[in-house]
Design a protein around this ligand. Structure first.
Ligand code: NAD
Length: 262
């Protein structure tokens, strides 16, 4: 018996084969889950379709999480095909790349609103829309965060504030939805070479720094993040909610770089 057999889940946030959401989708599909996908506009849709088909899946809906009409249409389409869901993976974030290079102090009001709207409010919105689909049998909501939420990380800037809000949102949603048997957790990977990861200033240095100093001397992999998502969505995660689970080679325990790198 595979850990997710008989379960149906919605994956939000695949842009290409490097996306964290794609690593999670592959692991969940191998674990027996049936998956549906959202994509952001036709441009991404064209790239995502062959990936989705490679898993034998065919339910794909176009969603822009800043647009209520787009969300209404997407969830109407999805619930017409699948009236119930067992899990949601929310792997969505955005901030203006021009504000991920300079000082946090220069964050603009517009980009603050956009970053928090897309990277945090969208989780609340999606949870509100989908929890009735999970109410009968319980379910799991997963999101993706980063340690820049509670530790200053070069150039992460307003995304750090958005991730702090997202982690708090994870706890508040876990409390609201717990009585319906819905668990809400966040996975916090170390830096990954993805589209979103690449727009943060100094991304390559951050990637190398983590690899050279983490206790495991390694960066996270899509496979390890996927495996963690499978555990959280399966019966093995039945008593875990409101949690932030790190998949970062242990980097978060450090107070300083390793002695050879000082
Ligand atoms: P990615 O670029 O592959 O995925 C980001 C996704 O967000 C894309 O699919 C994009 O279409 C979607 N998105 C952005 N704005 C949207 C909107 N308005 N409506 C709908 N979708 C929208 O990058 P990724 O690194 O896989 O990012 C996934 C998640 O993982 C994000 O929350 C990110 O912050 C988080 N994360 C990334 C890293 C990293 O280093 N890459 C580390 C920790 C956490």
């Amino acid at each position: 018996m595979q850990p997710l057999s008989g379960k149906r889940g919605l994956i939000m946030g695949v842009a290409n084969e490097r996306s964290i959401a794609w690593g999670i989708a592959k692991a969940m599909s191998e674990a027996g889950a049936e998956l549906a996908f959202t994509y952001q506009g036709e441009g991404f849709g064209r790239r995502v379709r062959p990936l989705v088909q490679s898993l034998g899946a065919d339910v794909m809906v176009d969603v822009d999480v800043t647009d209520d009409a787009s969300l209404d249409a997407a969830f109407e389409q999805l619930s017409a095909k699948w009236p119930t869901l067992d899990f949601i993976v929310h792997a969505i974030a955005f901030s203006d790349r021009d504000e991920l290079t300079g000082r946090f102090l220069d964050t603009s009001r517009d980009n603050f609103k956009t970053s928090l709207d897309i990277s945090c409010y969208s989780l609340i919105d999606v949870a509100r829309r989908t929890h009735p689909m999970m109410r009968e049998n319980g379910g799991t909501i997963l999101t993706l965060t980063y340690q820049g939420s509670n530790r200053v990380t070069p150039f992460y800037n307003v995304m750090g504030v958005a991730k702090a809000a997202l982690e708090s949102t994870t706890r508040y949603l876990a409390n609201d939805l717990g009585p319906d048997g819905i668990r809400v957790n966040a996975i916090s990977p170390g830096p990954m070479k993805t589209l979103a990861g690449a727009v943060i200033g100094g991304a390559r240095k951050t990637f190398r720094q983590t690899e050279e100093n983490a206790p495991l001397r390694a960066n996270a992999t899509l496979e390890a993040i996927g495996g963690t998502a499978v555990y959280l969505a399966s019966e093995s995660g039945a008593c875990t909610t409101g949690e932030i689970i790190r998949v970062d080679g242990g980097y978060h325990v450090l107070g300083m770089p390793q002695s050879e790198n000082l």
